[in-house]
Structures are given as C-alpha cells and as structure tokens.
Design a protein around this ligand. Sequence first.
Ligand code: NAD
Length: 435
Amino acid sequence: MMNVAVIGTGYVGLVTGVVLSEIGHTVTCIDIDEKKVEIMQKGKSPIYEPGLEDLLVKNISKNRLAFTTNHKKAFEKSEIIFIAVGTPQSESGAADLKYIKQAAKDIAQYITNDTVVVVKSTVPVGTNDLVENIIKQELKLDVKVEVVSNPEFLREGHAIHDTFHGDRIVIGSDKEKPGDKIEALFTPLKLPIVRTNRRSAEMIKYAANAFLAVKISYINQIANLCEKLDADVNAVAEGIGMDSRIGRAFLNAGLGYGGSCFPKDTEALAFLAKEYNTSLNIVDAAIQANSNQSEIFTQKIIDRFKGNVQGKSFAILGLAFKPNTDDLREAPALKIIEKLLSLGAKVKVYDPIVQHLNEYQAGVLEHCQSIQECMDNVDATLLVTEWDEFIENDWKELRKYPNQPLLFDGRNILPTDKLVKLGWQVEGIGQAQKR
Ligand code: NAD
C-alpha cells in the first residue's frame, strides 16, 4: 500500500482520494479552500455525490484519509501526488492552467522525497511536459520527480460507482517505471488499463469528451428535424442505437449538454486545433448546436404564448445540469431562466438538491421547497433536469396545482401518453405535440 497526496478536493480530487483510501492506500487531500477542508475534517462532504460521505467517514476513522490546507504536511510522506485542480475555460476558449501551474510550484517547493506526480485534471496536450518543467526548474531539494498523465472519466452523480467500475484507466507515461507504479496503485480496482505516452493520454480525454458532445448535438439536431417532420426522436434513437456500431448511450435528445466538462473541454480542444491550424469543425459545429438547443426550447415556450410571456409564470423543475448532482456550472436551466426573466415572466424554481441560486438577488425569482409549491398557480411547467423525483411523481395529483396543464418536457423523460390521458398537454423534444 502506498502514501498518496491529492491536490484539489473537487468532484475529481475528493472522489479519487476517498476511493484510493478505500482500497487501502494512505491518502492526504489538500485544498486551499479552508472552509472546505474544515467541513471534510468533520466527516462531511462539501459536494453532493451519492455514496461519497459514507466512504469518507469510514476511511477517516480507519486513519487512511486526512485533509489539510498545508502542502508541506501533506507531501511529507507521499510517494505519489495527484494534481486534481480545476482547469476552467479562459476568455480565449483555451484551458486556463493557472491552478495547474500553482500546484506544480507547490510540489517543487514542498516535496522532500522522490515523487511520481500524476496529472488527473483534464489538460491540453503538452501540459504534462509543462508541469515537469516547472517542477524541475523550481525544485528546492535534490529529489527525483516523474510526471504521469492519468485523465479522469467519472460522471458527476455516479462518481463513486464510476471510479470502482470504470471502463478503463488510462496511464500515460513516457517512462516505464513511473507508469508501472501508478498501475500498481490502481491494481485493487481490477479495471482494464490502457498504457500509452503522456501526450496520447492527454488527447484521449479530450477526444472522448468531444466525441460524446458531438453525439449529443447530433441527436439534438435530428430531434429538431423530427419535430418539423412529425417523426419521433425517441423511436429514432431506439432504432439507430440498436446498431452496435452506434450504441444507444448519449442519444437522448434534450436541452443540450452542460456541466463543468463538456462545454469547456470542447472549447479547449477546438482552440488547440485552431492553434495548430488543423480543422476540427465537427467539434465547432457541436458547440454551436449545443448553444442553440436550449434557445430553441425557450423559443418554443415563447411561441406557445404567442410571443408574449410578460407576466406569465413558469415552474422550472430542476436546476442542476443533470440529476444526482448539485453542480450548476453551464446548466441549461440558467439560460432558460435568464431568458424568461428578461422577457418579464415570473419564474419559480425547484430542485431536490440545489437550494440556492447565488446568481439572482432574492425576490427576482422564487425558490420553492417542493414540486407542488413550484407548480402552484403557474401558466406552464418546464421539466429541465430529469431527477427521479419528477419522473416518479404523481402527475394526476400534480395536475391540480398549475393554472394550465401545459407541460414542456425538456428531457423527453415523462410518460407522455399517460400524462395526456390525465389531462396534461405535453410538449417534448423532437416529437409531435400531444394534447
Ligand atoms: P473543482 O473546481 O470542483 O475542484 C478543484 C479544487 O481544487 C477546488 O476545491 C480548489 O479549491 C482546489 N485547488 C485549486 N488550486 C489548488 C492548489 N494550488 N492547492 C490545493 N487545492 C487547490 O474541479 P473538478 O470538477 O473536481 O475538476 C478537476 C479537474 O478534473 C478539471 O480539470 C476537470 O476538467 C477534470 N474532470 C472533472 C470531472 C467532473 O465531472 N467534475 C470529470 C472528469 C475530469
């Protein structure tokens, strides 16, 4: 078993640290956010992620997991240090590497023994080289440092499950030994391992995310055409998804992708292609299609009110960019809310987990505590995030709350025919309007 440090305790860093401790390693997680560290030291998870808190508590009590803001202390015994800090989008579209560079400097300043540094953050091709150069230039002691790429593929909302049952672990190392060490670290997970060099590993992550983004945008555009032609995109997705060369996953038409990864990673890859003068316009098109998708949905609602939603009230069901997470980054709900508010509509929102929308001043929109409160007296209901609570609700009972039985299903997730029988008028994505 090994001594590991993890820099950054966001969705990726915290889950990585917790799972590595669960399989027997001794892990210290470091974050610069003191509040966050305090919460974790008390055995609480600062993020909503199913199963995470139980494992956190368990491994703290077994003395295999600790949290600190002190890099020096965290690195003292570590033979492996993961970098799992954020790589947000910069104004140009490129990935902003300021947190990565700072983490590299922190490592150079505080390590006291030979170390394998593992870059888990999603980073542009060549960043592992950059990390290695920064560390080598700024090292304080005469110790050996190797840098290995190990991109992360977990999905928020399923992060613990995905880390234990992932499709593969990618290890990119230009030298054999450090790659072997990281492979050994993950051995207890018994997952398929892909060994390659660092640049290919970095590219695997971007190419995978961009491929999924393209697949989503493709089915969304097919859905928009289905709507015009009176075809049903759900049937189309079923029919094409049964082709094993295509696969059914990521063919659910909806409001487009959001979250902290696909939007910024597609932009970063597109930027990289432009920088190297190589056409990647398939990704550019996916980005554009995705940006249009929630606008098309909002326009459909506005059209339904003959172009005027002033004074009309809307229930927004779901805020998070997808179910089982509290992550609001690039959530389609935010764009829809913004547009409706700008047109003078009244907006009520409810999400089972997200209880605060810091973007808005109190009073601008009404944050409700239940689906019933949210739908009370509204002119239309918009399902934006496919939480189970919405799917499994008693839509017969809910029928008595809104002024009008108008329902826009932005995720094609509700049993439309059943709802129509209950008196609802349902409009989904890529299918004929049902009333
Ligand atoms: P996040 O923003 O949730 O968390 C990053 C954390 O790093 C923050 O808590 C921040 O305080 C901390 N931090 C920043 N600089 C630090 C420093 N010098 N020392 C210690 N802590 C520091 O990020 P995330 O969502 O976990 O993503 C991390 C990386 O993983 C990104 O590159 C992202 O693209 C990638 N990724 C994310 C997901 C996902 O689903 N969120 C999935 C796969 C890959």
